[in-house]
Design a protein around this ligand. Structure first.
Ligand code: ZN
Length: 620
């Protein structure tokens, strides 16, 4: 998941605001910035947000240092976060935010766009990406390979978020992104409100002990794993503390742990999350200045047990993305989707660049090669293009790519980042209303459930059964442990109760029949969402069953009651493979997809929360 700091960001942003317009003769005063930022944080209107951003940019133009200090002074109050967390996040995030805001073109509407991406207080900017041109037109006759009937096992791990500094017995209910540690503000003389168990907590990241127990379970219980996929985010959510020096060893230890339990014969195909880099989320573009080459070099080396020399060279030279063929006729394309995430402030430096680092152009060339050579392709990434946090232009272009190469080339797509168990269906006519049905469903995006219980979720992972000719999913089995029992495991010296949560085929085929020789296709999933519409409040009906699976049966997660708009919004989101789709009402009347990620259910998204959390520390 990501990391959303931003209230103070505004102060900073505000601070950081201005670029294209010439600086005014007299810079705004600190009092003026405070007043406008406070007003924006209170009213949450687009107009006030833009005013605050603009005055902040003018203020920052006069002195970046003063802007950062002002941001720090406002952050604890506005975000209700501890000062050390505010200061750490602002020191790490704000310089890039300010530099990017300096370069942004407010006359073009970047001010409103930034307010949208950072605070949700402005409506989404219009999609301006236009229509893609492909190397060759889509073939008139699409040949999808027949299923061979031979199935292999593939495991999917996502959002590992291990916390090597996790301390059992510490406070699990704190005012930070991640708890279960001793922080400078921890009152060690008082007993914790809720003491961290040795196995984890709903407000904390994953203890090392839980990751090892999970891998032990996989080693013991899941036989014949052909390969694994790992959809990003190894480090914990302590974004205010992270540096290159802290994240690299955590990543190294985790990849080594996974490799040692799975053994030499099982390759894992990883992808880059927003937390792999430090500071979190900040992946420079070729145009923005800055460099994450240190990370690409590090991952290229750390992934050496699993990737070919050619794939490792791509990781190093292609901003972490690579394309590789684990089996004849089958290709995995691993994207660095941080070039679409709105937490990557480098992207604000040029919002007119709809394909930063030409990643989509590279993806198209790989897919064209696959089409020309009759290969089946899986696309994987961390943040999904269908999640709200993906910039709308990128999300729209990606959808066009999916439609051009589906269903004959792209077999499946896998992502992570939201931590919940989720999916999204791609349709032939994209967003067009009224034509989303089983016949027009052409592609699936699978969101892998997180290993971390953060936030309010049970830890889990996935195993798929995959056909070795079509490379389609024939079965999806999700495993979990019920973390609300952690105190009992400790008291009785037991280990977590890892078990099958559900098989998608067994869970939904009673509602939408599926014969043994048919995959869990987009058309089938569309019909499952139609079954969800039927009596969504029935506690034993398919929608409420789905809702429990969304949080991996967490007792700490929100409800999605039938007498609210929640079920309808969630079903809309499942049929919306682009962030542009409007399913969930945001605070100011406009809508967004609302993927239910970030530990928040729909109704939680709508409730009041501190303004502009991005800057100050609500980082997924
Ligand atoms: Zn993430």
């Amino acid at each position: 998941m990501l990391f959303r700091p931003l209230t103070a960001a505004f102060a900073v942003a505000a601070i950081c605001t201005t670029t294209a317009a010439a600086p005014t003769a007299t810079p705004p005063t600190e009092a003026q910035v405070r007043e406008l930022v406070t007003k924006a944080a209170t009213s949450k209107t687009c107009e006030d947000c833009v005013a605050a951003l603009r005055v902040s940019r003018e203020f920052a133009r006069d002195s970046v240092t003063a802007a950062i200090e002002l941001s720090k002074s406002m952050c604890p109050n506005i975000t209700k976060s501890p000062a050390d967390l505010c200061n750490g996040n602002i020191d790490k995030q704000m310089p890039v935010f300010i530099e990017s805001v300096f370069k942004a073109d407010f006359d073009r509407g970047d001010d409103k766009a930034i307010c949208h991406y950072v605070t949700d207080n402005c409506p989404p900017p219009p999609v301006t990406a236009g229509t893609l041109r492909f190397p060759r037109p889509k073939p008139k006759v699409l040949t999808v390979p027949a299923h061979s009937g031979k199935l292999i096992n593939v495991i999917h791990l996502s959002d590992w978020h291990v916390d090597e500094l996790y301390e059992p017995g510490t406070e699990a209910q704190c005012d930070r992104n991640t708890c279960c540690r001793t922080f400078p503000t921890t009152n060690t003389s008082a007993p914790p409100i809720r003491a961290a168990s040795t196995w984890g907590d709903y407000h904390c990241d994953t203890p090392v002990k839980l990751t090892r127990d999970l891998m032990q379970f996989i080693k013991k219980e899941i036989s014949d794993i052909d390969f694994g996929i790992l959809t990003g985010d190894i480090p914990p959510h302590d974004t205010w503390l992270e540096t290159k020096e802290t994240v690299v060893p955590i990543e190294k230890h985790s990849y080594e742990t996974i490799a040692s339990f799975l053994g030499d014969g099982v390759n894992v195909y990883p992808t880059i999350g927003n937390h792999e880099v430090a500071p979190a989320n900040l992946y420079p573009t070729e145009k923005s200045g800055g460099s994450a080459q240190w990370l690409y070099n590090s991952l290229s080396s750390q992934w050496s047990p699993w990737l070919t020399p050619s794939a490792r060279l791509q990781v190093r030279n292609n901003h972490g993305a690579y394309s590789t063929s684990p089996h004849r006729g089958f290709r995995i394309i691993s994207l660095n989707t941080n070039f679409c995430l709105d937490d990557n402030y480098y992207l604000f430096s040029d919002l007119s660049d709809t394909d930063p680092n030409h990643e989509l152009r590279w993806l198209i060339s790989e897919l064209q090669h696959a089409e020309d050579h009759n290969e089946r392709v899986w696309i994987m990434g961390h943040g999904a293009p269908y999640q709200t946090s993906c910039l709308d232009n990128w999300s729209d272009l990606y959808y066009q790519v999916v439609l051009r190469y589906s269903p004959h080339v792209i077999a499946e797509q896998f992502f992570g980042h939201s931590h919940v168990d989720d999916f999204a269906i791609y349709y032939e006519h994209g967003n067009e209303a009224g034509v989303k049905n089983a016949r027009t469903a052409v592609g699936m995006g699978w969101t892998g459930p997180s290993v971390t219980p953060y936030k309010n979720l049970n830890p889990g992972f996935r195993m798929y059964k995959i056909d070795t000719s079509s490379w389609n999913v024939f079965e999806s089995v999700t495993y979990i442990a019920n973390l609300d029992q952690a105190a009992q495991w400790d008291a009785k010296s037991e280990t977590p109760n890892w078990h099958v949560e559900y098989s998608a085929r067994e869970a939904y085929s009673p509602y939408v029949p599926l014969s043994a020789d048919e995959p869990l296709s987009a058309a089938w999933w569309h019909n499952v969402t139609e079954a969800f519409e039927n009596d969504p409040g029935n506690p034993t009906g398919p929608f409420q069953e789905y809702w429990k699976r969304h949080s991996k049966q967490s007792t700490a997660y929100a409800t999605c009651l039938a007498n609210t708009t929640c079920p309808q919004q969630m079903i809309c989101a499942l049929r919306s493979a682009t962030g542009v789709d409007a399913c969930v009402a945001a605070e100011n009347g406009f809508k967004k997809r609302g993927d239910g990620g970030n530990g928040e259910a729909v109704e939680m998204v709508q409730e009041t929360r501190p303004w502009s959390m991005k800057m100050c520390g609500n980082f997924w």
